[in-house]
Design a protein around this ligand. Structure first.
Ligand code: HEM
Ligand code: HEM
Ligand SMILES: [Fe+2]
Length: 467
């Protein structure tokens, strides 16, 4: 195994730990909706949510970085350039994440000062880490980009997938710099912040996961490189063609000029197209193989990624992307329903597919087709679909009664809090959240038992038998 692959394993392990942490904070966040006095003055909802969603970003970024360290040396048949530096930075990254989480939990907030921005919270949703840590993330990402590009230069060759990946890493990194500027005009601030959030998840991350899934399909079902790469080019062209101007669906109500209503509405309505392409692509490859793959868990998670991306991002996003509808649905639980479903479908499932691929190739000594993965697959997906469904009901209730009929007034907002559908949905979300968390526990159990060294597996039954 290459050193880079061992580093990839470490990143994927850290990523799975972050996944667990963000789930715990998601569960905590959801309790306030049914018990508003929960942890009053000790740990506020806003801080729980910050840990939940920043943890989400770190979980997925670590998953992407780990996957690429795993695939890259195999792709070019050589060790990754600058791997020593990357290994050191992994530990720096983990330590920084631990410190930031501790600050979020124990310090929580400060005064509106430069000090707070540097050391407590930078204050932009999803990228709230204090400034010192944000600079650390830039350093890690820059070294990562150097690793990938440097390896291609060292090997003096590239492949279609790798070229797309390299071209994608540059805007991905550049957009993160957008987490830094301080602007006193709220509209201008939101205008640029959306460049980061939207152009990450609906453009650069989509291309990134496209590359990762392309490699996964090649390794998993021996998909033809020519077919996979042709699809990847089509998807990239469509993602960039729709995603860049689709940015307009966040510019409807923040004080930007009127023409964004038309641009945002039109282009973002086209955004499901590339996602549909990905489904066709995955199903095509599955059909080629008659739905057979040695590594069934990885294969099922790959299909879940394609469908989840299309439904959670494409269909759920499409529902509220026209300004005529967004006027009522904006910022309700409907948005949270889409946010959960899309992140899960497009990225969560993809990272889990890679986990199973990697654990099989590096650690498994027996078959993977036990029962546990089916349980975790079912529990996680039922949990997520249940949460997204519950939030959709709550969001529609808000859109109709609080917004359309109540006229978005403060009193309409307050009377909303007493409506049965809304409250029942909040309970349902908590219940499905627990099912999701059970699925996470089974996932970890399954991965650990597959990864267990052979000697341990032989030793344990012997010990149990008193030998
Ligand atoms: C046990 C599972 C989970 C529970 C109970 C949970 C609960 C919550 C809660 C209560 C919020 C705050 C919503 C609000 O401000 O109204 C939230 C936000 C969010 N969660 Fe989760 N979550 C869970 C898992 C996940 C997963 C697996 C993902 C992604 C793959 C995710 C992505 C998000 C996102 C993107 C937001 C921000 C949404 C927004 O503000 O519009 N969550 N979650
Ligand atoms: C993987 C891809 C995607 C992810 C991860 C994603 C995630 C999210 C998240 C987390 C939010 C809430 C942002 C916030 O206010 O904090 C959001 C908002 C939104 N998304 Fe997506 N999304 C994706 C793709 C799409 C697509 C393809 C469409 C349209 C077809 C779309 C349409 C929207 C719209 C209209 C909003 C604004 C909702 C509002 O006004 O409250 N999204 N998305
Ligand atoms: Fe967007």
């Amino acid at each position: 195994m290459y050193r880079a692959q061992r580093l990839g394993l470490k990143y994927l392990t850290a990523s799975t730990v972050m996944f667990g942490a963000m789930v715990i904070f998601g569960l905590i966040s959801s309790i306030y909706f049914v018990r508003p006095g929960f942890l009053l003055n000790t740990f506020n909802f806003s801080t729980a949510k910050i840990v939940h969603i920043n943890g989400l970003i770190i979980w997925l970024l670590m998953g992407f970085i780990g996957s690429i360290y795993w695939f890259l040396p195999q792709e070019l048949q050589c060790e990754v350039e600058g791997i020593g530096l990357a290994e050191i930075l992994f530990w720096v990254f983990c330590a920084a994440v631990a410190v930031v989480v501790a600050i979020f939990i124990f310090v929580q907030y400060g005064t509106a000062s430069e000090f707070s921005m540097w050391f407590i919270n930078q204050g932009r949703k999803y990228v709230e880490a204090p400034r010192w840590a944000a600079i650390g993330i830039v350093v890690v990402a820059a070294v990562f980009a150097y690793n990938v590009i440097g390896t291609a230069i060292k090997a003096r060759r590239t492949t279609g997938i790798l070229t797309v990946l390299i071209a994608d890493l540059i805007p991905l990194l550049a957009l993160y710099l957008d987490a830094f500027p301080e602007m006193s005009n709220m509209s201008a601030d939101l205008f640029w912040w959306w460049w980061l959030v939207h152009l990450w998840v609906e453009a650069t991350w989509e291309v990134l996961i496209g590359c990762i899934m392309a490699w996964t399909l090649i390794h998993l079902v021996d998909a033809s490189r020519r077919v996979v790469e042709s699809w990847l080019y089509v998807e990239v062209a469509l993602v960039l063609g729709t995603g860049i101007l689709g940015l307009g669906h966040h510019y409807f109500w923040i004080g930007t000029p009127h023409y964004w209503l038309a641009i945002g509405g039109f282009f973002s309505a086209l955004e499901p197209l590339p996602l549909l392409g990905m489904v066709v692509h995955a199903v095509y490859d599955a059909g080629e193989r008659h739905l057979q793959a040695a590594n069934r868990p990885a294969f099922y998670w790959t299909l879940a990624e394609a469908f989840g991306n299309f439904i959670g991002a494409g269909v759920w996003g499409f529902m509220m992307t026209l300004p005529q509808i967004n006027l009522y649905s904006h910022g309700t639980q409907w948005t949270a329903s889409h946010g959960h479903f899309a992140f899960w479908g497009a990225y969560g499932c993809g990272v889990i597919a890679v986990l199973y691929l990697v654990v099989e190739r590096s650690r498994a000594s027996t078959g993977l087709d036990g029962r546990a993965w089916r349980w975790s697959f079912a529990l996680l997906n039922i949990g997520m679909v249940g949460m997204a469904g519950a939030l959709l009901v709550a969001g529609m209730d808000q859109a109709f009664f609080e917004r359309a009929i109540g006229g978005s007034t403060w009193s309409a907002f307050l009377s909303m809090q007493g409506r049965p559908w809304y409250n029942q949905s909040m309970w349902a979300r908590l219940l499905f959240g627990l099912i999701f968390a059970a699925g996470y526990a089974v996932l970890v159990y399954d991965l650990l038992s597959i990864a267990k060294p052979v000697e341990a597996r032989v030793r344990e039954p012997l010990a149990a038998a008193g030998a």
